[in-house]
Design a binder for this molecule. Structure first.
Ligand code: FAD
Length: 465
């Protein structure tokens, strides 16, 4: 099916590549422009989020474009969180009571390459690299680019422009500076920054620790996590306060201090990281923040999508999954309103904004859960109960984590509302000793569901006041 519109997509990361592929499959004439070199031809920079947690919302998007099986080959299943305490003890906390449900560790460049390869195969998709978008004339859908090597400027004009240029989006910045567009914009920086490190593979290519889990070393204020890679290594990420608290990035300014900190807080992980000091000082320290803005569409001709519209902190492992889901939701409206882009953009942003806000807030909640609560006895009791509910009554109970991660047809906003009410119900009941040893599991579940219903009803009453 050949469509007449020509579409410019700015940013060939995960979201832009998927969008180019999908719109290409629908027959539009696509130009995808990226400021970096073609990642299929150059080595990835060290320290740039090498692997990611990929789950059901992302899988749904891959299914939509026919790449589910190919992408599966890059996936390493992670069945739960492996929690490590300071003494070197560890225990596994499954992600779900349903053993079929798990998340995956996936290589960011590997996934990006599959999407670029598939998009490039389409005769109506053109890829351009090393061209950084400098500005966009939003009214006339014309963008100016600067060549990385020659520094020469050039322009591209299109019928429609999509900004998929990530959290620091140049397209969004243009929307913001045109005051009459009244773009509301906020960025909330997290107190914590991150640094990527490595647990290398063993000499025979094997893993140095369990490869079917997402490892967490929760330490109250700060934490370390590790996700496995197909080559036997793990990408380790330290989330540490930037400048406040007893330990922070500013204080870790010498090899001795880094070694002392890791020996004190993460001795078992340190033993697996022979290149800790070199990597700590060579790899960049990244900032983390939540970007919220609205509207996402201007002059009914330009739309920002993915991180450009809603960057979130990485603690739910959902930023990429949400950006992929953006494309699925947009595609639904393209199908429904065939060629009526004004309605497509307005319906899309109306539906999607509430869900983007929900996952942004859930991701902040999960920061506390991962660094503090995973080690808390009440939280562990709650998780044990939820796992038993999901195992024995899969049709009646899904934890908040499962609603967000394994229920791709439930919008984030619905998952958040129901999941938060359930959490509150279980924690209240546990705290008030209402879930006693002598009760059967079904009796406990009935009580939790009833309490959840009451909380949701109270929420509704409060909302309608
Ligand atoms: C430490 C960390 C860990 C994360 N872990 C997870 C996880 O486990 N699971 C998960 O789902 N998500 C995770 N995320 C979030 C995920 O990385 C993002 O949500 C996802 O990359 C968003 O995709 P995007 O295409 O919108 O943006 P990006 O991936 O940032 O892609 C934007 C692209 O636009 C290009 N670009 C930028 N500016 C310009 C310009 N001016 N001109 C042309 N091109 C431009 C960039 O070079 C890039 O290729 C994590 C993020 C971080 C920081």
């Amino acid at each position: 099916m050949n469509r007449k519109e020509n579409i410019l997509i700015i940013g060939a990361g995960l979201c832009g590549s998927l969008l180019a592929l999908r719109l290409g499959q629908r027959g539009y004439d696509i130009t995808l422009v990226e400021k970096r070199p073609d990642l299929r031809k150059v080595k990835q920079d060290a320290g740039r989020s090498i692997n990611l947690a990929f789950s059901d919302r992302g899988v749904k998007a891959m299914r939509m474009v026919g790449l589910e099986e190919e992408v599966k080959k890059l996936c390493l299943p992670m069945l739960g969180r492996m929690i490590h305490d300071k003494q070197g003890n560890k225990f596994m906390s499954p992600y779900s009571g349903n053993k079929e449900k798990y998340i995956n560790s996936i290589s960011r460049p590997g996934l990006n390459m599959i999407l670029l390869d598939a998009a490039e195969k389409l005769p109506n998709v053109r890829l351009i690299f090393n061209q950084s978008c400098e500005s966009v004339d939003l009214k006339n859908t014309r963008a100016t680019f600067k060549d990385y090597f020659t520094k020469e400027k050039s322009e591209l004009t299109a019928d429609y422009i999509f900004g998929t240029d990530g959290s620091g989006s140049a397209v969004r910045n243009n929307m913001f500076t045109e005051k009459q567009l009244r773009l509301s914009f906020s960025i909330d920086w997290l107190t914590h920054s991150y640094k990527e490190l490595t647990i290398p593979a063993m000499e025979n290519g094997g893993f140095r620790t369990d490869n079917n889990a997402l490892h967490i070393w929760p330490r109250g204020e700060n934490m370390l996590i590790a996700l496995p890679n197909l080559d036997g290594s793990f990408t380790v990420t330290l989330f540490l306060s930037h400048e406040t608290g007893a330990d922070n990035f500013e204080k870790l300014n010498s090899p001795e201090k880094v070694l002392e900190y890791f020996e004190r807080e993460f001795p078992d992980a340190k033993a697996l990281m022979p290149n800790l000091v070199e990597e700590f000082f060579e790899n960049p320290t990244g900032s983390l923040g939540t970007v919220k803005c609205f509207p996402w569409s201007t002059y009914k001709k330009t739309l920002i999508i993915g991180d450009a519209a809603h960057a979130i902190v990485p603690f739910y492992g959902q930023g990429m999954n949400a950006s992929f889901e953006d494309v699925v939701v947009l595609d639904k409206y393209i199908e429904k309103y065939d060629g009526d882009w004004k309605t497509i953009f307005s319906e899309y942003q109306k539906e999607r904004k509430v869900d983007a806000d929900a996952i942004a807030d859930l991701a902040i909640d999960n920061f506390s859960e991962m660094k503090e609560h995973t080690a808390n006895p009440l939280f562990q009791q709650k998780r044990k109960l939820e796992i038993a509910f999901e195992d024995n009554y899969p049709k009646r109970y899904n934890s908040k984590y499962s609603l967000v991660t394994f229920n791709e047809d439930i919008p984030y906003s619905v998952a958040m509302r129901r999941g938060r009410a359930q959490d509150k119900a279980i924690l209240n009941l546990l705290d008030n000793d209402k879930l006693t040893e002598d009760m059967g599991l079904k009796e406990k579940l009935d009580l939790v569901l009833n309490e959840t219903k009451n909380i949701l009803q109270d929420d509704d009453v409060a909302k309608n006041l």
